[in-house]
Write a protein that binds this ligand. Structure first.
Ligand SMILES: Cc1cc2nc3c(=O)[nH]c(=O)nc-3n(C[C@H](O)[C@H](O)[C@H](O)COP(=O)(O)OP(=O)(O)OC[C@H]3O[C@@H](n4cnc5c(N)ncnc54)[C@H](O)[C@@H]3O)c2cc1C
Length: 394
Protein backbone atom coordinates (compact mmCIF):
# COMPACT_ATOMS: atom_id res chain seq x y z
CA UNK A 1 0.00 0.00 0.00
CA UNK A 2 0.95 3.65 -0.41
CA UNK A 3 1.57 5.20 3.03
CA UNK A 4 1.63 8.79 1.81
CA UNK A 5 -1.34 10.96 2.74
CA UNK A 6 -3.14 12.90 0.03
CA UNK A 7 -3.30 16.72 0.28
CA UNK A 8 -6.92 16.37 1.33
CA UNK A 9 -5.95 13.95 4.12
CA UNK A 10 -3.15 16.25 5.32
CA UNK A 11 -5.67 19.12 5.55
CA UNK A 12 -8.20 16.94 7.32
CA UNK A 13 -5.57 15.76 9.80
CA UNK A 14 -4.69 19.35 10.63
CA UNK A 15 -8.34 20.18 11.25
CA UNK A 16 -8.87 17.04 13.37
CA UNK A 17 -5.84 17.79 15.58
CA UNK A 18 -7.04 21.37 16.07
CA UNK A 19 -10.50 20.25 17.24
CA UNK A 20 -9.00 17.56 19.51
CA UNK A 21 -6.56 20.04 21.05
CA UNK A 22 -9.52 22.26 22.00
CA UNK A 23 -11.54 19.34 23.38
CA UNK A 24 -8.53 18.28 25.47
CA UNK A 25 -8.79 21.55 27.39
CA UNK A 26 -12.32 20.62 28.49
CA UNK A 27 -11.39 17.21 29.89
CA UNK A 28 -12.79 16.64 33.41
CA UNK A 29 -10.31 16.42 36.31
CA UNK A 30 -11.38 12.85 37.12
CA UNK A 31 -10.29 11.68 33.64
CA UNK A 32 -7.68 8.88 33.73
CA UNK A 33 -7.81 6.97 30.50
CA UNK A 34 -9.61 4.85 27.96
CA UNK A 35 -12.19 3.41 30.36
CA UNK A 36 -13.03 6.73 32.04
CA UNK A 37 -16.17 7.26 29.89
CA UNK A 38 -17.87 4.45 31.79
CA UNK A 39 -16.52 5.17 35.24
CA UNK A 40 -18.62 8.15 36.35
CA UNK A 41 -21.27 10.65 35.19
CA UNK A 42 -18.63 13.27 34.41
CA UNK A 43 -16.67 10.87 32.19
CA UNK A 44 -19.81 9.74 30.37
CA UNK A 45 -21.00 13.35 29.84
CA UNK A 46 -17.57 14.25 28.38
CA UNK A 47 -17.70 11.17 26.11
CA UNK A 48 -21.12 12.28 24.78
CA UNK A 49 -19.97 15.89 24.42
CA UNK A 50 -16.94 14.89 22.34
CA UNK A 51 -19.10 12.50 20.31
CA UNK A 52 -21.51 15.35 19.46
CA UNK A 53 -18.59 17.60 18.47
CA UNK A 54 -17.25 14.90 16.12
CA UNK A 55 -20.76 14.06 14.86
CA UNK A 56 -21.57 17.60 13.81
CA UNK A 57 -18.47 17.56 11.59
CA UNK A 58 -19.48 14.20 10.09
CA UNK A 59 -16.46 12.47 11.64
CA UNK A 60 -18.27 9.52 13.22
CA UNK A 61 -19.27 8.21 9.81
CA UNK A 62 -15.97 8.89 8.06
CA UNK A 63 -15.43 5.41 6.71
CA UNK A 64 -19.03 4.61 5.74
CA UNK A 65 -20.30 4.38 2.17
CA UNK A 66 -21.55 7.77 0.91
CA UNK A 67 -25.17 6.60 0.69
CA UNK A 68 -25.21 6.12 4.48
CA UNK A 69 -23.63 9.48 5.26
CA UNK A 70 -19.95 8.57 4.79
CA UNK A 71 -17.68 11.58 4.36
CA UNK A 72 -14.25 9.96 3.95
CA UNK A 73 -12.31 6.70 4.04
CA UNK A 74 -10.97 4.21 6.59
CA UNK A 75 -7.72 6.19 6.48
CA UNK A 76 -9.57 9.32 7.67
CA UNK A 77 -11.00 7.25 10.52
CA UNK A 78 -7.44 6.25 11.47
CA UNK A 79 -6.39 9.92 11.43
CA UNK A 80 -9.20 10.73 13.87
CA UNK A 81 -8.21 7.74 16.05
CA UNK A 82 -4.59 8.97 16.07
CA UNK A 83 -5.60 12.46 17.17
CA UNK A 84 -8.03 11.15 19.78
CA UNK A 85 -5.31 8.81 21.02
CA UNK A 86 -2.76 11.62 21.18
CA UNK A 87 -5.06 13.77 23.32
CA UNK A 88 -6.58 10.77 25.14
CA UNK A 89 -10.10 11.73 24.08
CA UNK A 90 -13.28 9.64 23.98
CA UNK A 91 -16.16 10.49 21.66
CA UNK A 92 -16.28 7.43 19.43
CA UNK A 93 -18.60 4.73 20.79
CA UNK A 94 -16.47 1.57 20.51
CA UNK A 95 -19.60 -0.58 20.26
CA UNK A 96 -21.74 1.60 17.99
CA UNK A 97 -19.15 3.22 15.73
CA UNK A 98 -16.37 0.63 15.59
CA UNK A 99 -18.40 -2.59 15.72
CA UNK A 100 -22.14 -2.36 15.04
CA UNK A 101 -22.17 0.27 12.29
CA UNK A 102 -19.76 -1.59 9.96
CA UNK A 103 -21.62 -4.83 10.76
CA UNK A 104 -24.97 -3.28 9.79
CA UNK A 105 -23.39 -1.93 6.62
CA UNK A 106 -22.06 -5.42 5.80
CA UNK A 107 -24.91 -7.63 7.03
CA UNK A 108 -27.94 -5.55 8.09
CA UNK A 109 -31.21 -5.00 6.23
CA UNK A 110 -31.92 -1.65 4.55
CA UNK A 111 -34.57 -0.94 7.24
CA UNK A 112 -32.03 -1.40 10.05
CA UNK A 113 -29.43 0.70 8.26
CA UNK A 114 -31.96 3.50 7.73
CA UNK A 115 -33.12 3.41 11.35
CA UNK A 116 -29.78 3.03 13.15
CA UNK A 117 -26.93 4.45 11.06
CA UNK A 118 -28.07 8.11 11.28
CA UNK A 119 -28.61 7.81 15.05
CA UNK A 120 -25.14 6.31 15.48
CA UNK A 121 -23.50 8.90 13.21
CA UNK A 122 -25.23 11.74 15.09
CA UNK A 123 -24.17 10.32 18.49
CA UNK A 124 -27.82 10.12 19.53
CA UNK A 125 -27.48 6.56 20.83
CA UNK A 126 -24.61 4.58 22.37
CA UNK A 127 -24.42 0.80 22.46
CA UNK A 128 -23.15 -2.02 24.67
CA UNK A 129 -22.42 -5.65 23.86
CA UNK A 130 -24.50 -8.46 25.43
CA UNK A 131 -22.63 -11.59 24.36
CA UNK A 132 -20.70 -13.31 27.16
CA UNK A 133 -22.41 -15.31 29.87
CA UNK A 134 -21.11 -16.84 33.12
CA UNK A 135 -20.59 -20.16 31.30
CA UNK A 136 -20.02 -18.96 27.76
CA UNK A 137 -17.00 -16.78 27.00
CA UNK A 138 -14.38 -18.37 24.76
CA UNK A 139 -16.99 -20.91 23.69
CA UNK A 140 -19.58 -18.23 23.03
CA UNK A 141 -21.77 -20.54 20.96
CA UNK A 142 -22.49 -22.49 24.18
CA UNK A 143 -24.57 -19.56 25.50
CA UNK A 144 -27.95 -20.29 27.06
CA UNK A 145 -29.87 -16.97 27.25
CA UNK A 146 -32.98 -17.75 25.23
CA UNK A 147 -34.98 -15.77 22.69
CA UNK A 148 -38.28 -17.46 21.96
CA UNK A 149 -40.26 -16.06 19.05
CA UNK A 150 -43.88 -15.08 19.74
CA UNK A 151 -45.63 -13.30 16.88
CA UNK A 152 -43.52 -10.36 15.80
CA UNK A 153 -41.25 -10.32 18.84
CA UNK A 154 -38.78 -12.43 20.82
CA UNK A 155 -39.18 -13.04 24.54
CA UNK A 156 -35.67 -13.04 26.00
CA UNK A 157 -34.54 -14.58 29.30
CA UNK A 158 -31.08 -15.18 30.76
CA UNK A 159 -27.94 -13.58 32.13
CA UNK A 160 -25.09 -11.83 30.36
CA UNK A 161 -21.83 -10.80 32.00
CA UNK A 162 -18.79 -8.51 31.71
CA UNK A 163 -20.89 -6.02 29.74
CA UNK A 164 -18.73 -2.91 29.40
CA UNK A 165 -20.68 0.33 29.84
CA UNK A 166 -24.09 -1.38 30.00
CA UNK A 167 -25.05 0.93 32.87
CA UNK A 168 -24.93 3.96 30.53
CA UNK A 169 -25.69 2.48 27.10
CA UNK A 170 -28.95 3.39 25.35
CA UNK A 171 -29.07 0.26 23.21
CA UNK A 172 -27.45 -3.17 23.14
CA UNK A 173 -26.57 -5.72 20.50
CA UNK A 174 -26.85 -9.25 21.83
CA UNK A 175 -26.90 -12.86 20.78
CA UNK A 176 -29.39 -15.42 22.12
CA UNK A 177 -30.34 -19.04 21.67
CA UNK A 178 -33.49 -18.96 19.53
CA UNK A 179 -33.85 -22.65 18.64
CA UNK A 180 -33.09 -25.19 21.40
CA UNK A 181 -33.29 -28.09 18.92
CA UNK A 182 -31.12 -26.79 16.09
CA UNK A 183 -27.41 -27.60 15.63
CA UNK A 184 -24.75 -25.49 17.39
CA UNK A 185 -23.90 -22.34 15.38
CA UNK A 186 -27.31 -22.49 13.64
CA UNK A 187 -29.42 -21.83 16.73
CA UNK A 188 -28.52 -18.26 17.64
CA UNK A 189 -30.14 -14.94 16.73
CA UNK A 190 -28.46 -11.53 16.84
CA UNK A 191 -30.88 -8.86 18.12
CA UNK A 192 -30.68 -5.14 18.91
CA UNK A 193 -32.55 -3.98 21.98
CA UNK A 194 -33.39 -0.78 23.81
CA UNK A 195 -31.69 -0.89 27.22
CA UNK A 196 -34.75 0.84 28.72
CA UNK A 197 -36.92 -2.19 27.86
CA UNK A 198 -38.92 -3.66 30.74
CA UNK A 199 -37.20 -6.67 32.34
CA UNK A 200 -33.57 -5.53 31.99
CA UNK A 201 -31.55 -5.22 35.22
CA UNK A 202 -27.95 -3.98 35.15
CA UNK A 203 -25.68 -4.78 38.10
CA UNK A 204 -22.11 -3.44 38.35
CA UNK A 205 -19.08 -5.72 38.67
CA UNK A 206 -16.63 -3.85 40.93
CA UNK A 207 -13.24 -3.59 39.25
CA UNK A 208 -10.01 -3.98 41.26
CA UNK A 209 -9.10 -0.31 40.79
CA UNK A 210 -12.45 0.82 42.22
CA UNK A 211 -13.95 1.80 38.87
CA UNK A 212 -17.43 0.83 37.69
CA UNK A 213 -16.98 -0.10 34.05
CA UNK A 214 -18.27 -3.67 33.76
CA UNK A 215 -21.67 -5.19 34.51
CA UNK A 216 -23.88 -8.20 34.68
CA UNK A 217 -27.12 -7.83 32.73
CA UNK A 218 -30.21 -9.85 33.68
CA UNK A 219 -32.93 -10.33 31.09
CA UNK A 220 -36.30 -11.27 32.47
CA UNK A 221 -39.07 -11.73 29.87
CA UNK A 222 -37.69 -8.86 27.79
CA UNK A 223 -39.75 -8.23 24.64
CA UNK A 224 -37.45 -7.59 21.66
CA UNK A 225 -39.19 -6.72 18.35
CA UNK A 226 -38.31 -9.19 15.56
CA UNK A 227 -37.64 -6.23 13.25
CA UNK A 228 -34.44 -5.67 15.26
CA UNK A 229 -32.88 -9.00 14.22
CA UNK A 230 -29.60 -8.47 12.32
CA UNK A 231 -29.06 -11.08 9.60
CA UNK A 232 -31.27 -14.15 9.61
CA UNK A 233 -33.12 -15.72 12.52
CA UNK A 234 -31.04 -18.65 13.91
CA UNK A 235 -28.04 -17.54 11.82
CA UNK A 236 -26.73 -14.98 14.29
CA UNK A 237 -23.37 -16.78 14.47
CA UNK A 238 -22.48 -15.44 11.04
CA UNK A 239 -23.22 -11.90 12.25
CA UNK A 240 -21.15 -12.53 15.42
CA UNK A 241 -18.17 -13.38 13.22
CA UNK A 242 -18.54 -10.27 11.08
CA UNK A 243 -18.75 -8.06 14.16
CA UNK A 244 -15.87 -9.84 15.93
CA UNK A 245 -13.62 -9.04 12.96
CA UNK A 246 -14.34 -5.31 13.36
CA UNK A 247 -14.02 -5.56 17.16
CA UNK A 248 -10.59 -7.22 17.06
CA UNK A 249 -9.10 -5.14 14.30
CA UNK A 250 -10.09 -1.90 16.01
CA UNK A 251 -6.77 -0.41 17.05
CA UNK A 252 -8.11 2.84 18.52
CA UNK A 253 -6.99 1.57 21.91
CA UNK A 254 -3.28 1.71 21.11
CA UNK A 255 -3.31 5.09 19.39
CA UNK A 256 -2.63 6.82 22.72
CA UNK A 257 0.76 5.14 22.97
CA UNK A 258 2.46 7.67 20.68
CA UNK A 259 1.77 10.31 23.34
CA UNK A 260 2.50 7.75 26.09
CA UNK A 261 6.06 7.27 24.81
CA UNK A 262 6.54 11.03 24.40
CA UNK A 263 5.45 11.56 28.02
CA UNK A 264 7.80 8.82 29.26
CA UNK A 265 10.75 10.37 27.42
CA UNK A 266 9.95 13.77 28.94
CA UNK A 267 9.65 12.22 32.39
CA UNK A 268 13.04 10.50 32.03
CA UNK A 269 14.68 13.71 30.85
CA UNK A 270 13.27 15.72 33.75
CA UNK A 271 13.64 13.31 36.67
CA UNK A 272 16.70 11.91 38.44
CA UNK A 273 17.46 8.77 40.38
CA UNK A 274 20.64 8.58 42.51
CA UNK A 275 21.58 12.01 41.21
CA UNK A 276 21.50 11.04 37.55
CA UNK A 277 18.73 11.73 34.99
CA UNK A 278 16.69 8.61 34.34
CA UNK A 279 17.37 9.21 30.66
CA UNK A 280 21.01 8.27 31.25
CA UNK A 281 20.14 4.77 32.49
CA UNK A 282 20.91 2.30 29.66
CA UNK A 283 18.20 -0.14 30.79
CA UNK A 284 15.57 2.59 30.67
CA UNK A 285 16.76 3.90 27.32
CA UNK A 286 16.64 0.38 25.97
CA UNK A 287 13.08 -0.20 27.17
CA UNK A 288 11.78 3.10 25.81
CA UNK A 289 13.47 2.54 22.46
CA UNK A 290 11.90 -0.90 22.28
CA UNK A 291 8.46 0.58 23.07
CA UNK A 292 8.91 3.34 20.50
CA UNK A 293 9.75 0.78 17.80
CA UNK A 294 6.64 -1.27 18.66
CA UNK A 295 4.45 1.84 18.64
CA UNK A 296 5.72 2.71 15.18
CA UNK A 297 4.99 -0.87 14.09
CA UNK A 298 1.43 -0.72 15.43
CA UNK A 299 0.88 2.57 13.66
CA UNK A 300 1.95 0.99 10.39
CA UNK A 301 -0.33 -1.94 11.17
CA UNK A 302 -3.21 0.51 11.70
CA UNK A 303 -2.64 1.97 8.23
CA UNK A 304 -2.52 -1.53 6.75
CA UNK A 305 -5.78 -2.52 8.48
CA UNK A 306 -7.43 0.65 7.17
CA UNK A 307 -6.27 -0.20 3.68
CA UNK A 308 -7.54 -3.79 3.97
CA UNK A 309 -10.91 -2.67 5.35
CA UNK A 310 -11.29 -0.13 2.56
CA UNK A 311 -11.01 -3.05 0.15
CA UNK A 312 -13.17 -5.40 2.32
CA UNK A 313 -10.20 -7.73 2.70
CA UNK A 314 -9.97 -8.02 6.48
CA UNK A 315 -9.69 -11.73 7.23
CA UNK A 316 -10.21 -13.61 10.52
CA UNK A 317 -6.47 -14.18 10.85
CA UNK A 318 -5.57 -10.52 10.23
CA UNK A 319 -8.05 -9.33 12.86
CA UNK A 320 -6.72 -11.89 15.38
CA UNK A 321 -3.11 -10.84 14.72
CA UNK A 322 -3.92 -7.16 15.17
CA UNK A 323 -5.74 -7.91 18.42
CA UNK A 324 -2.80 -9.88 19.84
CA UNK A 325 -0.16 -7.33 18.86
CA UNK A 326 -2.11 -4.29 20.06
CA UNK A 327 -3.22 -5.78 23.38
CA UNK A 328 0.22 -7.16 24.25
CA UNK A 329 1.81 -3.82 23.42
CA UNK A 330 -0.61 -2.10 25.80
CA UNK A 331 0.36 -4.58 28.51
CA UNK A 332 4.06 -4.01 27.83
CA UNK A 333 3.55 -0.25 28.02
CA UNK A 334 1.69 -0.62 31.34
CA UNK A 335 4.54 -2.66 32.81
CA UNK A 336 7.42 -0.55 31.51
CA UNK A 337 5.94 2.79 32.53
CA UNK A 338 5.19 1.50 36.04
CA UNK A 339 8.77 0.14 36.32
CA UNK A 340 10.28 3.44 35.20
CA UNK A 341 8.16 5.55 37.54
CA UNK A 342 9.04 3.29 40.48
CA UNK A 343 6.94 3.97 43.61
CA UNK A 344 5.37 7.03 41.91
CA UNK A 345 3.84 4.64 39.38
CA UNK A 346 1.75 3.08 42.11
CA UNK A 347 -0.38 6.11 42.96
CA UNK A 348 -3.06 8.09 41.16
CA UNK A 349 -5.06 11.13 42.28
CA UNK A 350 -2.40 11.83 44.92
CA UNK A 351 0.12 14.64 45.37
CA UNK A 352 2.81 12.04 44.66
CA UNK A 353 1.28 10.91 41.36
CA UNK A 354 3.37 11.61 38.25
CA UNK A 355 2.05 11.85 34.71
CA UNK A 356 -1.41 12.53 36.15
CA UNK A 357 -1.58 9.05 37.72
CA UNK A 358 -1.93 7.39 34.33
CA UNK A 359 0.79 4.77 34.96
CA UNK A 360 -1.08 3.23 37.90
CA UNK A 361 -4.33 3.37 35.96
CA UNK A 362 -2.83 1.83 32.82
CA UNK A 363 -1.13 -0.91 34.79
CA UNK A 364 -4.44 -2.05 36.28
CA UNK A 365 -6.36 -1.68 33.03
CA UNK A 366 -3.81 -3.06 30.58
CA UNK A 367 -4.76 -6.71 30.96
CA UNK A 368 -8.35 -5.98 29.86
CA UNK A 369 -7.80 -6.17 26.07
CA UNK A 370 -5.82 -9.41 26.51
CA UNK A 371 -9.00 -11.11 27.81
CA UNK A 372 -11.87 -9.13 26.31
CA UNK A 373 -12.85 -9.46 22.61
CA UNK A 374 -11.87 -13.15 22.89
CA UNK A 375 -8.71 -14.05 24.83
CA UNK A 376 -5.32 -14.02 23.13
CA UNK A 377 -5.11 -17.84 23.48
CA UNK A 378 -8.27 -18.04 21.36
CA UNK A 379 -6.84 -15.54 18.85
CA UNK A 380 -3.73 -17.74 18.53
CA UNK A 381 -6.00 -20.73 17.90
CA UNK A 382 -7.76 -18.76 15.15
CA UNK A 383 -4.42 -17.97 13.51
CA UNK A 384 -3.39 -21.62 13.77
CA UNK A 385 -6.66 -22.97 12.33
CA UNK A 386 -7.70 -20.42 9.74
CA UNK A 387 -4.40 -18.77 8.94
CA UNK A 388 -1.90 -21.60 9.04
CA UNK A 389 -4.11 -24.63 8.40
CA UNK A 390 -2.94 -26.39 11.56
CA UNK A 391 -5.30 -29.09 12.88
CA UNK A 392 -7.73 -28.49 15.76
CA UNK A 393 -6.61 -30.44 18.83
CA UNK A 394 -9.24 -32.08 21.07
C1 LIG B 1 -12.64 -6.45 31.24
C2 LIG B 1 -13.52 -7.26 30.35
C3 LIG B 1 -14.47 -6.62 29.54
C4 LIG B 1 -15.34 -7.38 28.77
N1 LIG B 1 -16.34 -6.75 28.04
C5 LIG B 1 -17.29 -7.51 27.47
C6 LIG B 1 -18.45 -6.90 26.87
O1 LIG B 1 -18.60 -5.67 26.83
N2 LIG B 1 -19.41 -7.70 26.34
C7 LIG B 1 -19.30 -9.07 26.37
O2 LIG B 1 -20.22 -9.74 25.89
N3 LIG B 1 -18.21 -9.68 26.90
C8 LIG B 1 -17.22 -8.93 27.46
N4 LIG B 1 -16.14 -9.53 28.04
C9 LIG B 1 -16.09 -10.99 28.09
C10 LIG B 1 -14.94 -11.59 27.30
O3 LIG B 1 -15.25 -11.63 25.94
C11 LIG B 1 -14.67 -12.98 27.89
O4 LIG B 1 -14.15 -12.79 29.21
C12 LIG B 1 -13.67 -13.76 27.08
O5 LIG B 1 -14.22 -14.14 25.85
C13 LIG B 1 -13.18 -15.02 27.84
O6 LIG B 1 -14.26 -15.77 28.32
P1 LIG B 1 -14.30 -16.26 29.83
O7 LIG B 1 -14.06 -15.07 30.70
O8 LIG B 1 -15.58 -16.98 30.02
O9 LIG B 1 -13.08 -17.21 30.01
P2 LIG B 1 -13.01 -18.77 29.59
O10 LIG B 1 -13.63 -18.95 28.26
O11 LIG B 1 -13.57 -19.56 30.73
O12 LIG B 1 -11.46 -19.01 29.49
C14 LIG B 1 -10.64 -19.22 30.65
C15 LIG B 1 -9.21 -19.41 30.15
O13 LIG B 1 -9.12 -20.60 29.36
C16 LIG B 1 -8.57 -20.30 28.08
N5 LIG B 1 -9.20 -21.12 27.05
C17 LIG B 1 -10.54 -21.37 26.91
N6 LIG B 1 -10.76 -22.13 25.83
C18 LIG B 1 -9.55 -22.37 25.26
C19 LIG B 1 -9.11 -23.09 24.10
N7 LIG B 1 -9.98 -23.70 23.30
N8 LIG B 1 -7.78 -23.09 23.81
C20 LIG B 1 -6.89 -22.43 24.60
N9 LIG B 1 -7.24 -21.75 25.73
C21 LIG B 1 -8.54 -21.71 26.04
C22 LIG B 1 -8.85 -18.84 27.86
O14 LIG B 1 -7.94 -18.24 26.95
C23 LIG B 1 -8.71 -18.27 29.27
O15 LIG B 1 -7.37 -18.02 29.57
C24 LIG B 1 -15.22 -8.79 28.78
C25 LIG B 1 -14.24 -9.40 29.56
C26 LIG B 1 -13.40 -8.66 30.34
C27 LIG B 1 -12.39 -9.36 31.22
Amino acid sequence: MDFRLTDEQVARRKEIYKVCEELDKKKPKSWLGFESPFDNEEGWAFHRYCAKEFAKRGWLALSWPKEYGGTGTMMDKVLLAEARGYYDLPGSDIFGISMLAPTLIAAGSEELKKEFLPKIANAEIMFCELWSEPNAGSDLAALTASAIKKGDEFIVNGQKTWNTGAHYADWAFGVYKSDPNAKKHHNLTFILCDMKSKGITVKGIPYMNGAHVYNEVYLDDVHMPAKYVVGQENEGWAVVNVLAGFERSNIDMVMGLVRGVEDLVKFCNENKRDGKPLAHDPMIRNKIADLAASVEAVRTLAYRVADQQNRNEMGLMDAAAVKIFASELLEKFGQISTDILGPYGQVKQSKFAKLNGTAEYNYQACFVPIVSMGTNEIQRNIIAWYGLGLPRMK
